[in-house]
Design a protein around this ligand. Structure first.
Ligand SMILES: Nc1ncnc2c1ncn2[C@@H]1O[C@H](COP(=O)(O)OP(=O)(O)OP(=O)(O)O)[C@@H](O)[C@H]1O
Length: 570
């Protein structure tokens, strides 16, 4: 609700105008049966054709006004909904892009995507429909009852006798229906997730001949959607026939009572016709009000989901300046960290001087990438301090901090644009800088072999490139703009030994001032590093140069032996 208030408040005047137009149009609708009753009972008996034409004309004018004003009001409602949701979507997108990594982990990407897409779509529908039927239905209900009271209070009492049954039906059905639609929405979410997994993993599924298995899995999820939909619709399907039953019962009572009252000379035929029309209008208005309840409860659920993101408090505040004189460029000072309760990194301690290279090697899941994430301040350490040029990273402006880095992560993404745009990444780099980076990243040769060179367009996620080509483009992006600090997470694993060695040579020669942290699976990729740390279960179990580790670390020696095909170490 708070979300609606926040975003609809600035549009209040437009909403009020739309409501007024809708109100007048609905009143016109309400007058039609009354005029008809007047024509039948009071104008036709006089035999004055001019008066008949005059009142007939009044009916036509009322009808035209009712339709025109309703169309106008509906357009105004759509425009308000569109503008409100555009701002909500903008704010939500902006907020999502500034969520910290741990907050994004907490919500999960599928949930963030569905809040930005299907929830905002629900909000659009709710805001639009609430304006369209939110005025019309209550006005028709209350106005209809008032009209019937003025026409014949006794018949109104007969009609009101049926309304409690209709009200109970509406209440009961909507109470049961809303949770069923919620459940349906959850099943649809599950279906979307399964489809997304299948499409993303299409190659693996085919390669492992798991298509049949996936088909069966999809059928299961699909069946659950069908079941949920059937259950929800069957429950809701009872509404209209039951309301029709009450309508017809009510009409029967009204006709019976009217017949008696006509005989007694207490009522005229025109009033009966008008009464029946009002009765139908009133019951339809009640049905619309049910729809409002169903829709509104859905809209409120979506609004709450969107509101929760919009009001997520920032958890990576820039803290007060904490600077120390430090000759090291990067310092990890006894850093420990865990994503949840379990420790992932413990007592990580190292320093790197400007222009030096640190190699990190270790088993899968030992915490190598996490070290980089902490340096980028995607997360804050639980213990210890990380400094760059003596400055605690938690006291640095995040934007400023991130401009220092060139990064290539394992699963980095390429988007559907030209190679040049993918490398530039919105930094307005010069052509010279881009060319230098492609040369160093050993990407120049394959880019030159493409017809359109750097203008070559990639498909989404760069699926029209080979694994090695993708890695070289990502490396070019990391190197472009001569970053102060370069973070390479297993970025040469898809390169052959010769290209890998050319890359290392280029890094040493062309990026002497860049401090580099390089995660690698192959010792040959980090052998020349000024310092290598070996991680095991989040702890440093070996630190030094390649030669020092060969001398002092048995696990390192073993990896080296395995990777060099059992070659003896001198
Ligand atoms: N966002 C996250 N939330 C919770 N746990 C995480 C998250 N990211 C990583 N982890 C866990 O932290 C541990 C270390 O992960 P990290 O990615 O740092 O390992 P790694 O050494 O780089 O592994 P690899 O060689 O496979 O890339 C793993 O057990 C992983 O499951």
């Amino acid at each position: 609700m708070k979300l609606f208030i926040q975003y609809l408040k600035p549009l209040f005047n437009r909403i009020l105008k739309g409501f007024s137009v809708k109100f007048i149009g609905t009143i016109m609708d309400l007058f039609l049966p009354l005029i008809l009753a007047y024509i039948i009972d009071s104008v036709i008996p006089t035999g004055n054709i001019n008066r008949v034409l005059l009142w007939g004309g009044a009916m036509v004018i009322c009808s035209i006004l009712a339709v025109t004003l309703s169309i106008k009001a509906n357009r105004m409602a759509s425009s308000v909904a569109k503008d409100a949701v555009q701002v909500i979507r903008h704010d939500l997108y902006e907020k999502i892009s500034y969520l910290s990594a741990s907050q994004s982990d907490q919500y999960g990407s599928p949930s963030l995507i569905s809040r930005l897409t299907s929830d905002t779509y629900n909000l659009h529908r709710t805001i639009g429909l609430m304006q369209r039927i939110g005025v019309r239905a209550p006005v028709l209900l209350i106005g209809g009852i008032l009209m019937t009271v003025t026409l014949d209070p006794v018949l109104t009492l007969v009609m009101l006798g049926v309304l409690p049954f209709a009200t109970v039906t509406v209440y009961y059905v909507s109470k049961k229906g809303v949770p069923l639609f919620d459940q349906l929405q959850q099943e649809v979410d599950r279906l979307v997730r399964t489809v997304r997994e299948n499409i993303t993993g299409a190659r693996v599924i085919k390669a492992l001949s798991k298509s049949e298995y996936e088909k069966v899995r999809f059928e299961g999820v699909n069946q659950r959607v069908v079941n949920a939909e059937t259950k929800a619709n069957q429950t809701m399907a009872a509404t209209t026939p039951l309301m029709n039953l009450f309508l017809n019962l009510g009409l029967t009572f009204v006709v019976l009572t009217s017949a008696y009252r006509v005989n007694e000379g207490l009522i005229q035929p025109g009033v009966i016709i008008a009464f029946m029309t009002y009765f139908t209008i009133i019951l339809n208005a009640m049905l619309s009000i049910t729809r409002i309840f169903v829709l509104f409860s859905r809209g409120i659920a979506s609004a709450d989901r969107v509101y929760a993101i919009l009001h997520t408090e920032p958890d990576l505040e820039v803290e007060s300046i904490d600077r120390k004189d430090d000759s090291a460029h990067i310092r990890f000072d006894h850093v420990s960290f865990g994503y949840g309760k379990n420790p992932i990194l413990e007592d990580i301690d190292f320093t790197l001087n400007k222009g030096e290279t640190l190699g990190i090697i270790g088993a899968t899941g030992s915490g190598k990438t996490t070290i980089m994430k902490l340096l980028l301040r995607l997360y804050d350490p639980d213990d210890g301090i990380i400094r760059i040029n003596g400055m605690n990273v938690n006291s640095m402006n995040l934007k400023e901090l991130h401009t220092k880095f060139g990064v290539a992560f394992q699963k980095d993404f390429l988007y559907a644009d030209t190679l040049s745009e993918n490398i530039d990444f919105g930094r307005d780099l010069s052509q010279k800088e881009i060319l230098k980076s492609t040369e160093s990243a050993q990407a120049k040769e394959f880019i030159d072999s493409l017809n359109s060179g750097l203008k070559h367009r990639l498909t989404p996620k760069g699926t029209n490139l080979s694994g090695g080509q993708k890695q070289r483009v990502l490396l070019s992006r990391a190197l472009a703009g001569d970053p102060e600090i370069l973070l390479l997470d297993d970025s040469s694993s898809a390169l052959d030994y010769k290209t890998d060695s050319k890359l290392r040579k280029a890094l040493t020669e062309q990026y002497q001032d860049t401090t580099t942290i390089m995660i690698a699976q192959r010792i040959s990729s980090i052998q020349q590093a000024d310092q290598i740390i070996m991680l095991d279960k989040g702890r440093i179990i070996g630190k030094g140069t390649h030669e020092e580790l060969l001398r002092n670390s048995e696990p390192y020696r073993e990896i080296y032996r395995n990777q060099s095909g059992g070659e003896e170490i001198a």
